[in-house]
Design a protein around this ligand. Structure first.
Ligand code: DHB
Length: 338
């Protein structure tokens, strides 16, 4: 991770960003994130071409019960929109481009197209250094956990496939960086699905530890849940006969377990971005205690709007003050066991 993202991750009041998918699809939404207190901007997961996504209604939230369900189906403006936005907009914070595609090959194609852009059109050799339009502070978050593409598995649950995917990413980067001024500049992370079994934590972490992964975001929504409306006796979203990814407060314990297990099992240099069930500064405190370097907010951001970053920052600082902690590092990963 480069110094700027690293320092913003270490800054205790600057560790909260949007989760991919939450208010980050259009230019207008991204512009709002840019001026918000979000410490970084994460784009909507993208595909090679623009997509409309699934039929509506495809998102539902029960705010009182802290639960959401979505089956958006990867609506997005196409990778090039997000790449150009990040390249051309004046953004003074880290940018995370979420790459999904509908298959590994599509995701890798997107990645290669972007890296090719880096090297060519506007790069000019000047006094032996390239002045280029290399987008500073751009990171890639490969989404290995989208549950909503009909007929496609969540890659994070197919360990051989995940291994092959990571191997391909590293190969592409190594080939690209050979003799290149971009050496060690291409940083990426992966967004994982929730795991529920110790053997899965072990297998996933063993695979990830072999590769040049800079950060791991855990967790994506809990895939293929079902919410039923009692009064009407119906499902609440249209796609996949009501099945969708579950988010909100109800997934916090699963998220904390994933953050903590990954912190124990992954290499020390791999950062962890906690995601899942964050509604308050206390939730963020718990994610950091479990080992998160930074956090992402999804359901709460969609329900509350971008002002949530300001509130969450204040609440986190308040709880740190109460406990006498000055820096995130004073308690990061220091969860106590009985
Ligand atoms: C979508 C949902 C996800 O959880 C994800 O990781 C990517 C895309 C979607 O339905 O658009």
């Amino acid at each position: 991770m480069n110094d700027r993202l690293y320092s913003s991750l270490l800054n205790y009041n600057g560790c909260i960003m949007n989760a991919s998918g939450a208010l980050c699809m259009s230019k207008d939404e991204l512009d709002k994130l840019n001026i918000s207190e979000s410490c970084a901007i994460v784009s909507k997961s993208c595909s090679l071409e623009p997509r409309n996504g699934n039929q509506e209604p495809r998102w539902y939230a029960d705010i009182e019960n802290g639960i959401s369900i979505n089956s958006m189906g990867l609506p997005n403006l196409g990778y090039n929109f997000y790449y150009q936005y990040f390249k051309n907009r004046d953004i003074q914070k880290p940018k995370l481009m979420s790459i999904a595609g509908t298959s590994m090959n599509e995701a890798l194609d997107i990645f290669k197209l972007i890296l090719n852009e880096y090297e060519f059109p506007n790069a000019i050799l000047h006094d032996n250094i390239y002045l280029s339009d290399y987008p500073d502070n751009l990171f890639f978050e490969f989404n290995m956990s989208c549950p909503n593409i009909v007929g496609k598995p969540q890659i994070g649950y197919e360990f051989n496939y995940m291994n092959e995917y990571l191997n391909n990413i590293d190969t592409i980067i190594n080939t690209f960086q050979k003799n290149s001024i971009f050496k060690n500049k291409i940083k990426y992370g992966i967004k994982l699905p929730p795991y529920f079994d110790v053997s899965h934590f072990n297998t996933a972490s063993e695979i990830i530890n072999k590769y040049n992964v800079s950060f791991v975001t855990c967790i994506n929504s809990i895939g293929n849940g079902l919410i039923i409306d009692t009064a009407s006796e119906t499902v609440v979203i249209k796609p996949k006969e009501g099945l969708g990814g579950i988010g909100g407060k109800v997934i916090k314990s699963t998220a904390l377990a994933n953050v903590n297990m990954m912190r124990k099992l992954l290499r020390d240099d791999i950062h962890i971005i906690g995601c899942g069930g964050i509604e308050t500064g206390e939730d963020i405190f718990q994610h950091i205690l479990a080992g998160a370097d930074a956090v992402q907010v999804g359901t709460c951001l969609v329900n509350e709007g971008i002002n949530c970053f300001d509130r969450l920052n204040r609440e986190l600082i308040q709880i740190m003050n109460q406990k006498g902690y000055q820096f995130k590092n004073d308690f990061k990963g220091k969860l106590k066991f009985l």
